[in-house]
Design a protein around this ligand. Structure first.
Ligand SMILES: *Cc1c(COP(=O)(O)O)cnc(C)c1O
Length: 456
């Protein structure tokens, strides 16, 4: 099949004009967000105090299958999309596998990841509502960078709470955000009540996404004209990220390619949810079958070792409760974990699909992830983000299985971004200083025991 090019690009005119809302095709809908005070589903009005109105409508919409992408967002997408679907001929050759491997590369923009797809959408709706600005958290820094780019483009103020360990380890990430005009605060900070409380309870903590979310939410709700935006986990983010899957499906259909296995790394689930959405839609409607594999770090194993239950999205316990696979919002991932994907929970959409048996999950160790990253970089050329490299590792493992069995399977994976800002982690790996932290059953049980009690 040498007639398949190394890179399949769509024409601009072939780019999707609507996002696809996978929830419309789910028989078991994701459980609603609950108000932690009352235990009742969050109303649009309650959510509107934290999030932009139009994003609240998208968050709560479980029935509309296609939602039009506003013209302004489509124009912005055209600056860096369509993203290429790449046939990994060199990787196949190096692995000597009969498998055909494809990856959808989302790293071709300055933020270096897929997060810009949702950042521009969220900033657009904030602007449309006449807000002054938005607040958010960022872990590894990609989301904060993407949001600062989107806010600069639209002239919105952007306040980023950056997990302290990343703030210290990734000074250049921070400077990119400041270049785009964002203010960046290491979290936990003394700026917020919740930050001061976390610092008092855990002096010297290097922070977590959960802490930073609490601070960003508090900042938004205590300042007029500000709302909070989130780069993953939420239904609206998966909706925006469906552009990844829709483009992939269109590119594959052009060449009559049908993937057997679709793989993505899973932090909060947005890239995976976006990549699989049109394929999963076909599976849910009984039109086609695919294997879907979520790849998560062994140090933060929400799918493979977590519990499907209501939990807080943040450590400060001020956000709504989401029903998801979680290892407990009080779990603070080990600081030696460099590879991103450190969130304790998982998208409620993906959690429901996993619970219903439509998806598989594997957990992988970070030294194996970096080994796969380096292997990939040396043949395919792209320097992958550590997060993306979780998917690379799983794709390589599946391709190796094909070599053993002689099966010519078609494997598709999401290459979510580049790793230029992760060189401290690469350095650690090269110097042999990288370790694998795997939580004990007792640690996870202790965090899960603190899950909020919810009558369902
Ligand atoms: C944020 C990020 C991820 C993980 O987030 P998801 O919401 O699970 O997609 C993966 N890869 C890169 C490059 C990221 O920036």
């Amino acid at each position: 099949m040498t007639d398949i090019p190394y890179k399949i690009y769509l024409e601009e005119s072939e780019m999707p004009s609507s996002w696809y809302n996978l929830r419309a095709d789910m028989k078991n809908k994701p459980a609603p967000l609950l108000n932690p005070g009352t235990g009742k589903p969050m109303t649009a009005e309650e959510l509107g105090g934290v999030f932009c109105d139009e994003l609240v409508a998208q968050e709560l919409d479980d029935t509309t299958p296609y939602i039009e992408i506003p013209e302004e967002i489509r124009s912005f997408y055209k600056m860096y999309r369509p993203s290429p679907l790449v046939r990994a001929y060199c990787l196949e050759e190096k692995l000597q596998t009969p498998a055909k491997i494809y990856y959808k590369f989302e790293g071709n923009n300055t933020s270096g990841s897929h997060k810009l797809n949702s950042a521009i959408a969220q900033a657009y709706y904030a602007k449309k509502q006449g807000l002054k600005g938005v607040t958010t958290e960022t872990g590894a820094g990609q989301w904060g960078t993407a949001l600062s780019m989107a806010c600069a483009y639209l002239g919105l103020d952007c306040r980023v709470y950056m997990v302290k360990i990343s703030y210290e380890q990734k000074p250049f990430r921070r400077e990119v955000m400041r270049t785009y005009g964002a203010s960046v605060t290491p979290s936990p900070s003394m700026n917020t009540e919740v930050g001061r409380k976390i610092l008092a309870e855990h002096p010297g903590t290097t922070g977590s996404l959960g802490c930073a979310i609490s601070e960003a939410v508090e900042d938004a709700v205590t300042h007029e004209g500000y709302r909070y935006v989130l780069g993953s986990v939420l239904n609206q983010v998966l909706l925006h990220q469906s552009v990844i899957g829709l483009e992939t499906k269109a590119a594959m259909d052009k060449y009559g390619i049908k993937p057997d296995i679709i793989i993505g790394c899973a932090g909060g689930g947005s890239n995976l949810g976006g990549l699989i959405s049109p394929f999963m839609g076909e599976k849910l409607r009984g039109e086609a079958d695919y294997r879907f594999i979520a790849v998560e770090p062994a140090s933060c194993p929400s799918f493979t070792r977590g519990t499907f239950a209501y939990d807080f999205c943040d450590t400060g316990m001020i956000c709504p409760l989401a029903k998801m696979y979680t290892i407990g919002s009080s779990y603070i991932p080990a600081p030696n974990h460099a590879g991103g994907l450190r969130f304790h929970g998982m998208s409620p959409v993906l959690s429901q699909l996993y619970h219903d048996g439509f998806m598989e999950a594997v957990a992988v160790k970070q030294t194996d992830v970096f080994e796969a990253a380096e292997y990939f970089a040396r043949c395919e050329g792209i320097l992958p983000a550590p997060e993306s490299s979780h998917a690379i590792l799983a794709a390589i493992n599946e391709a190796k299985k094909c070599k053993e069995t002689g099966e010519e399977k078609t494997i598709l994976f999401g290459l979510t971004g580049t790793g230029y800002f992760d060189m401290v982690a690469y350095e650690k790996f090269h110097d042999g200083g990288m370790t694998n932290y795997i939580p004990t059953d007792e640690e996870i049980a202790a965090a899960v025991a603190k899950l909020p009690k919810v009558a369902e």
